[in-house]
Design a protein around this ligand. Sequence first.
Ligand code: GAL
Length: 686
Amino acid sequence: MENSTLGRLFQKLWHGADYTYEQWLDSPDILADDLRLMKEAHCNVMSVGMFGWVLLEPEEGQYNFSWLDRLMDELAVHDIAAMLGTPSASPPVWLSKKYPETRRVNAQGQRQPHKVRQNFCYTSPIYREKVHNINRMLAERYQNHPALLLWHVSNEYGGYGGVQCHCDLCYSAFKEWLKARYTSLDALNHAWWTTFWGNRYSDWDQIEPVDEHGHGLMLDWKRFMSDQALEFYKAETGPLREITPNIPITTNFMRPDASLDYWRFAEHVDVISWDNYPLWHHGDDEAAAIETSFFHDLHRSYKQGLPFLMLESTPSVTNWQGVSRLKQPGMHKLSSLQAVAHGGNSVQYFQWRQSRGGWEKFHGAVITHLNTPDTRVFREVSDVGTTLEELSAIASSTNKAAVAMLYDLENGWALNNAQIPRSIGKQYQETCYAHYATFWRQGVTVDVVNGAADLSGYKLVIAPMLYMMQAGLAEQIEAFVQAGGVFVTTYLSGMVDETDLCFLNGYPPALRRTLGIYVEEIDALTDPQQGTITFREGNDLQVSGSYAFRQYAELIHLETAASVAEYASEFYAGSPAITVNAHGSGKAYFMAARTDKALLQDFYGAIIKSENLRRAIQPKLPSGVTAQVRENDKQRFVFLMNFTNEKKHVELGEDSFTDAETGSAVGQSIMLEGYGIRILEASINS
Ligand code: GAL
């Protein structure tokens, strides 16, 4: 899609919510009330229609668009844009009953009843046809409607139990997918190493993706189901692309622990959006903030820095997270603008008006059952709306990163399945957050990328637990380092190829050359066992002292690398634990063991210094505080965010800033309230 088409979308920051007007059609006054309150809350966009299929098509082939016409018209009159939903996430009951093949089959072969939502089969031709029809009608009807800003396609593909369906249609599509990938059964049997436990296939029809022990099989099944969802998405967006080529399209992503490969989806959406539901006030808000920032950075990185939309967040609490605490004063604004700080151009909520009945009737909303704006939540929402209006210049700015964190979904799938000497608590995601944390604490921008990313623009690439090396990745990493980049990887890396077959002779050659080491054994420690690592005197990072390691410790041999730190305990005391290898104009570090926060902080702190990586502000930030930067040609915006409930004094250094909200000059230090945020602005001298 042309950037000019995205122009309207990126002109300002958006503020709004999911508005399920279809639940209130028998309350004639509610629309007028809601529109008035939306304006009062400084909302300029609403997501509508995602769950309205049965009201648009109450019986097969009988349509009623009058309620949606009225809603779209009124939104336009009130200068509120619509992110118009396509309704495939919730098929009408009549459809599921009349066409049972649209309903999923579980791994035990049982066809599921009509229930919840997002429970349809992605392969079913009749479902694709029905979705195609209703989407075509929506596109034809609203193509020139002034309220139409964006297509909100479906809702959270893969929500409610993933994407897996074991029906005959899916199995036969899987078979074709496998034939295209492997050509012959011999190649498949080799790739999946099926002679193990005598599981060789002699006919494509024998393949059933139900056995967790078949690692290659399960990996391909996940890839296939993700591809199938993407094919469904492409089919569902067909009429939208054809009839409204200038209206951008999004579909709301979730955290990528779901079953979809969003990197592949990203190529087919015009703007990335995601639904963000952190757990605040569960004991460690800094940890929750780091994790949330990580995912915002990931969503910005899916499209190489293009601003994303936070399409959902709760204005207060959820009703599905076990325990969801009220946001303490300040947290609503802080967590909403956290998305903007990391490259988001919208703050949107689920939901505008609380449902009266059904599963989500006690989920937080801007307008609750009390039916009044005279609430703390409404006031805080409205305050965020005012700020977003004031900060509209930020919409055209972006975040620039010199650091990339390689966080690869397929690697996570394979690693989670792997049976190793310590299979409990592998913690791939948590390890990535731990490595990311130092950068967050020092205000250094990080992109979160996958194994297919172009690494050449970065100064530092970090790849914790890179167990699976996709074809070409080791070579790309080598080229990155040879050209002057710094690469860091850890234990449990470089072990298998993309079909989950172990590499023979150690690492793939390009990685072995890059790291200058090879691994012989891995020691697994129980909890709470721990050992000690001591830095060598005069090491290239100039870090000194001893630190703890836990859980994983690899025993490695130096080839061309030098030892930076050594094990100081266990029978392998004296052998290398952290190494560095100069390769071409760059260097590659290897961390053989899982270490605590203290080591990661000092290790990455030294690299930030030696590589002169840009920090948002020069002085050290107090604990629990981060600073993130967005910039355009003229201005630099620094978001200072305090994720603790204590006041924090922040030194700003030499730069001269104004407060972006008030325009007043800011001195050389400021006080952040508990859960406080300040957005500072500086001009960029060209
Ligand atoms: C999202 C979903 C919304 C709503 C929300 C509740 O995952 O897309 O429709 O259910 O959760 O938090």
